[in-house]
Design a protein around this ligand. Structure first.
Ligand code: SF4
Length: 94
């Protein structure tokens, strides 16, 4: 697969409703997003350019856009979250 394209939130505007990007209100990332390469910082807060509501993304299980973890279904049918080798990536940009 092609290398993950990092998307920026260029042009995003902070409004009373929150950060808006192309007319969509962006919600801040959730704890589980920490380490994901897609996280984009805008004026001190972190947002996900891929998904406007990261919390909802994770409510359905593992975010399928995440670059730092991957969901795997084990033999019992339980979903396991496996961290990817992301220590280097996590260190970058901090
Ligand atoms: S892609 Fe998924 S894990 Fe990454 S920041 Fe967005 S919502 Fe969070």
């Amino acid at each position: 697969m092609a290398k993950t394209k990092v998307i920026s939130l260029e042009g995003a505007v902070k409004t009373d409703a929150g950060l808006t990007y192309k007319g969509v209100v962006m919600e801040p990332i959730v704890e589980k997003c920490e380490g994901c390469e897609r996280v984009a910082a805008v004026e001190g807060d972190n947002y996900c350019p891929t998904y406007a509501q990261p919390e909802r993304k994770w409510a359905h299980g593992v975010c399928n856009f995440a670059t730092h973890v991957r969901a795997e279904v084990d033999k019992t049918g339980k979903v396991k979250v496996n961290p990817l080798k992301a220590s280097k990536r996590a260190a970058r940009g901090r």
